[in-house]
Write a protein that binds this ligand. Structure first.
Ligand code: SF4
Length: 622
């Protein structure tokens, strides 16, 4: 058997209550699409027709690992969920990623992926254990938050080494941006995939496995993994060095300049917010918490010891955009309160970036008198009022009163409020994007608008967050406000991330900005699978193939250039402060998108892949 893979997929039909095993595709297909997003997208494209909507019975969820998931290379924890995006209302596919130990345990249980189809007539969860799986009743867990659900399911199973992936009230009630949480610190945040699970009455999936991942050449694999682990911190601007040991709280703002998503993008002062975070990290006991086998250990648990959230224990991931969405976007700057709010979003199973865009707009509407207490049911939505936000969050989840207007994404919320609210909203394709203020980092801005899975981290470019020495960008200090070279930057970073993280089954922090990572990744793939001569060119062609596959899939669903230019007015305004003060991307955005299409080998005016491009990538028969 081919190493790296464990060789089987599990297909679960919730309508019929059937479970069956399937073989992975042929080796020739695996070598072209690898795993994770690549294989998931291939199956989504083959099995879900363009007319199927996110909440239709015919929509499916593809939970995929990669050939390096569960191996000794660093950060080998990635789970990718591929489906139709609820957040773009079916205009695009969705690809969401999470870490922790769930994907690793799935492979140890003998499966490379799980496909969920159909709709259950009552709440259920799936329990997978060492080559067996069963559908169990989850009625008693329905309504519980994600952390309660994880604890209760673990208690019911009665074994400590179980990983639980579950939705919360957000997904159950089909709220836009409903997401999954696993292992307390990790989230499948993007695409509203938790809401799709809610529509299928799938509350959770628990997994336990005691096997291991077979390798073609274990000795060679061990050597490459060792070198990778030893050298991954060499770049001080790489994600591993910045995020090591809960580094996000100690290095916050590095090296992003004035890109804080605060007060609905009206106050981009990252420095004071970042300093507050760093000071809080010194005062409070921030405990780093890592995923299975990870040397970075970016996540953390913290007991808040002062301020309004005193006594609350938050279990958080190692990124920053979540607390900008949960807190800074509505003017909550007290770090402890920001951590608590972020944790509450995770417990409710809601993507705080999506709702940060919604609530930021709503709070600004309140400030400007567009809405008043008469509209909000008496809530005073003044900047920083976390108690009012909490009440509003629960009203939204129950679709009660004013909250009902806010449950279907930021653009819809602004349209329903009316009275000029649509002019204030930050969105891409109608939904939230990965929240920082990208108006001072135009390659990241472009990368979010053209990403093939709705606005997500897929093509970061090199002017924010990390450099990429492996792609010839040893420093990220480029001019964020220039159009020069941005299309090529975006393309290069997109092909790299899709291949070395999303397809191989690795957490992006293990590859982002790591010198020589393409060599480590190709050599470890060869040692795992036994494939010969898997070159750098072949690797990047995998990334390019998957980007084109997503493009074809989305165009069949009606995506046009107008959708890639569909950016909320607030994002097209010039910031009033900070590095991008007085400068707007608006006059350049169309040209940047067209240049991106051109460097991708797509028609400049439409973004349609040319026949030559598709033939070169072996996609001409799709
Ligand atoms: S870098 Fe963070 S999220 Fe990624 S595998 Fe390590 S601990 Fe998990």
């Amino acid at each position: 058997m081919l190493g790296g893979y464990v060789g089987k997929l599990l297909r679960v039909n919730l309508t019929e209550k059937t479970i069956r095993e399937e073989a992975l595709p042929d080796e020739s297909v695996l070598r072209k699409f690898i795993g994770g997003l690549g294989l998931g997208m291939l199956m989504l494209n083959a099995e879900v027709p363009p007319e199927v909507k996110p909440f239709d019975r015919e929509n499916k969820l593809f939970f995929m690992t990669g050939p390096l998931t569960g191996t000794a290379v660093p950060c080998a924890t990635n789970l990718t969920l591929v489906t139709i995006s609820q957040e773009t209302e079916g205009l695009t596919g969705a690809a969401s990623h999470t870490h922790g130990s769930w994907a690793v345990r799935l492979k140890f249980a003998g499966y490379d992926g799980v496909i969920i189809e159909g709709v259950s007539d009552k709440p259920v969860y799936l329990f997978i254990e060492d080559g067996k799986a069963e559908i169990r009743d989850a009625s008693k867990f329905w309504g519980k938050d994600t952390h309660e659900t994880e604890d209760l399911i673990k208690e019911e199973i009665g074994k400590p080494d179980v990983s639980v992936l579950c939705i919360g009230p957000g997904g159950e009630n089909l709220i836009s941006g409903g997401c999954w949480e696993n292992d307390k610190h990790h989230t499948l945040a993007k695409g509203g995939t938790g809401a799709i699970a809610g529509s299928k009455k799938l509350k959770a999936m628990a997994v336990r496995g005691t096997g291991k991942v077979p390798l073609d050449n274990p000795e060679k694999f061990k050597l490459v993994a060792k070198e990778w682990r030893e050298r991954m911190f060499d770049n001080p601007e790489g994600a591993p060095a910045v995020c090591r040991n809960a580094g996000i709280v100690r290095n916050y703002g590095f090296p992003m300049g004035s890109m804080l998503a605060a007060k609905n993008l009206t106050e981009p002062n990252l420095e004071s917010y970042a300093n507050g975070l760093k000071d809080a990290a010194k005062r409070m006991d921030v405990k780093p918490k890592g995923c299975w086998g990870c040397p970075i250990v970016c996540c953390y648990e913290v007991e808040i010891t002062d301020g309004p959230a005193k006594g609350y224990v938050a279990t958080l991931c190692g990124g920053g955009e979540n607390h900008e969405g949960a807190a800074a976007m509505v003017g909550i700057y007290d770090t402890g309160t920001a951590w608590m709010m972020t944790d509450i979003y995770d417990r409710l199973g809601l993507d705080s970036s999506t709702h940060g865009c919604t609530f930021g707009m709503v709070f600004e509407c309140y400030e400007k008198g567009i809405i008043t207490k008469d509209d909000t049911g008496g809530l005073e939505l003044t900047w920083g009022n976390h108690e009012a936000l909490l009440k509003l969050l629960h009203m939204m989840i129950k679709r009660e009163g004013f909250g009902k207007l806010l449950a279907d994404g930021p653009r819809k919320a602004a349209e329903r409020i009316g009275r000029g609210a649509t002019k204030l909203v930050a969105h891409m394709k109608g939904t939230g994007y990965n929240l920082h203020d990208w108006r001072a980092a135009w390659s990241t801005f472009l990368g979010q608008t053209i990403a093939g899975s709705g606005p997500v981290w897929q093509a970061p470019g090199f002017d924010a967050c990390a450099s990429e020495p492996d792609l010839g960008y040893p420093s990220m200090r480029q001019d964020g406000l220039s159009t020069e070279g941005k299309a090529a930057n975006v393309r290069a970073s997109q092909l790299k991330k899709i291949w070395d993280s999303d397809c191989l089954g690795l957490c992006w922090y293990g590859t982002w900005g790591v010198p020589n990572v393409t060599s480590y990744a190709t050599r470890s793939l060869e040692a795992a699978t036994g494939w010969k001569n898997f070159s750098r060119e072949e690797a990047f062609m995998v990334g390019e193939r998957v980007v084109n596959l997503e493009r074809l899939f989305n165009m069949k669903r009606g995506l046009t250039i107008a959708d890639d230019l569909d950016v909320g007015p607030r994002l097209l305004e010039a910031p009033v402060k900070g590095a991008a003060k007085g400068v707007s991307i608006a006059p350049y955005l169309r040209m940047m998108v067209e240049e991106y299409y051109e460097v991708m080998g797509w028609e400049r005016s439409t973004g349609k892949p040319t026949p030559e491009t598709l033939k070169r990538l072996g996609l001409d028969r799709l």
